[in-house]
Ligand binder design. Structure first.
Ligand SMILES: [Zn+2]
Length: 199
């Protein structure tokens, strides 16, 4: 479950010169500007709007923006104009961006590794493959002879890449060893090699 919502953080506070509309004390109104932001799992992700709340230091009356008389509202607008959006309210976006960059990098590294290993496959290497129709399974290298790779297919298939690990504990169909030229394993629209595991 993803937990998200909005929160507010006090950014600027200042005493106005105006009189309190309630007790008429001069200079007792403290104006507060809050920055609202959306959070995901309490990590600030995106700034939304600003809100203003005033409090009289004398009579303690609290006014929300809607309740403020015009001169006090003006005090809020002034204070708001020089209250910048703090960068930390974008933290979540930064984390999401870094995560995407990290995954992309890991994926590139994996592809580079697969492209290297495919030319030097060894007995018992496990090939994680995607077959036509989004079917995922494993191929186990039985032996290699020159440019030919002989593989046994896992007895099970999965329709999700995330379930591939479960297939590792299942058996392989060693009664029908299939032969592939290495070149065909690389350029093949029927089999895409996602990863190679070697113990
Ligand atoms: Zn007051």
């Amino acid at each position: 479950m993803i937990i998200f919502g909005t929160r507010a953080s006090l950014q600027k506070t200042e005493y106005l010169t105006d009189n309190c509309p309630n007790c008429n004390t001069s200079g007792s109104i403290q104006m507060n500007v809050f920055q609202q932001y959306g959070h995901i799992f309490w990590i600030p992700t995106v700034p939304t709007g600003k809100i203003g709340v005033s409090q009289c230091a004398n009579c303690k009356q609290i006014l929300k923006l809607k309740q403020m008389p015009d001169p006090i509202k003006l005090g809020y607008e002034n204070l708001k104009t020089y209250t910048k959006i703090p960068l930390w309210t974008y933290s979540g976006l930064l984390i999401i961006g870094l995560a995407i960059a990290g995954f992309t990098f890991a994926d590139k590294q994996k592809k580079t590794r697969v492209n290297k290993m495919i030319y030097s496959l060894k007995k018992d290497d496990i090939l994680e493959v995607k077959l036509k129709g989004d079917i995922y399974t494993l191929l186990k290298v039985d032996h290699v002879s020159g440019n030919l790779v002989y593989v046994a297919m896992n007895k099970y298939q999965s329709n999700s890449e995330t379930n591939m690990d479960e297939l590792k504990s299942k058996g392989y169909d060693t009664s029908t060893i299939q032969e592939f030229p290495v070149s065909q394993l690389i350029n093949n629209d029927k089999i895409e090699i996602l990863d190679i595991d070697r113990n």
